[in-house]
Design a protein around this ligand. Structure first.
Ligand SMILES: Nc1ncnc2c1ncn2[C@@H]1O[C@H](COP(=O)(O)OP(=O)(O)OP(=O)(O)O)[C@@H](O)[C@H]1O
Ligand SMILES: [Mg+2]
Length: 198
């Protein structure tokens, strides 16, 4: 059996601080001598680039089923071509969004969450999935030029409800993201080090 790394996913609402926390975590782990790498979804692969260009930037939303299938395809590509090789090389992989983003965001459009899980069967189970817990109103204040201001809070509330269900099921660990960045970062680092037995 090859070496096994450690797979961490950072999840949460729009502007909950996912990218900030993922970057801080990778930097902190690297400084402590760990071989940690940052990655994100949609990925930098061809399908991820397609999603950025044709799904995320469009004024009119593509059908939810199409969106779910594209994200699942990008995840399979990202997992096979990037995440698995990095884990096999023994690295700590920190993914800024992963499976639970699809379950929460596409689930919030009304799609069956179990069907979304099925089309994502090739996704790997994270060793640690963090939910950055931030009230919708706080996340909204962090948005600049949000184009769909009217519908945004309602969508985020549905997304939040689903994320909180995953927390209750024990699939994700909540971290309070509604406080200074360094404080949340400290808690995330503690959770990671506990699991790495350091
Ligand atoms: N704990 C915090 N307190 C206050 N502001 C924060 C905090 N964390 C992040 N921010 C600010 O909120 C904004 C969004 O942060 P960030 O890009 O990390 O969030 P995100 O979840 O990755 O957003 P997106 O959903 O757009 O990818 C940034 O301007 C960032 O500086
Ligand atoms: Mg981000």
């Amino acid at each position: 059996m090859t070496k096994r790394g450690f797979f961490i996913c950072i999840e949460g609402l729009d502007k909950s601080g996912k990218t900030s926390q993922s970057v801080i975590l990778v930097e902190t782990l690297s400084k402590r001598g760990f071989n940690a790498i940052y990655t994100t979804e949609p990925s930098d692969g061809e399908i991820g680039r397609f999603i950025r260009r044709h799904v995320l930037r469009r004024e009119r939303r593509v059908p939810a089923v199409v969106e779910a299938l594209l994200f699942a395809a990008d995840r399979a590509d990202h997992t096979e071509n990037m995440i698995k090789p990095m884990l096999q090389a023994g690295k700590i992989v920190v993914s800024d969004r992963y499976l639970h983003s699809s379950l929460a965001y596409q689930g919030a459009t009304g799609l069956d969450v179990e069907w979304i899980r099925k089309i994502n069967r090739s996704a790997i189970k994270p060793d640690l999935a963090i939910y950055l817990d931030v009230p919708v109103e706080v996340a909204m204040k962090r948005c600049v030029n949000n184009k769909s201001v009217m519908e945004w809070p309602n969508i985020q509330r549905r997304v939040q409800n689903l994320y909180l269900q995953f927390v209750r099921k024990g699939e994700m660990i909540p971290v309070n993201g509604n406080r200074p960045m360094e404080d949340a970062a400290k808690d995330i680092l503690t959770l990671v080090l506990e699991r790495l037995n350091c």
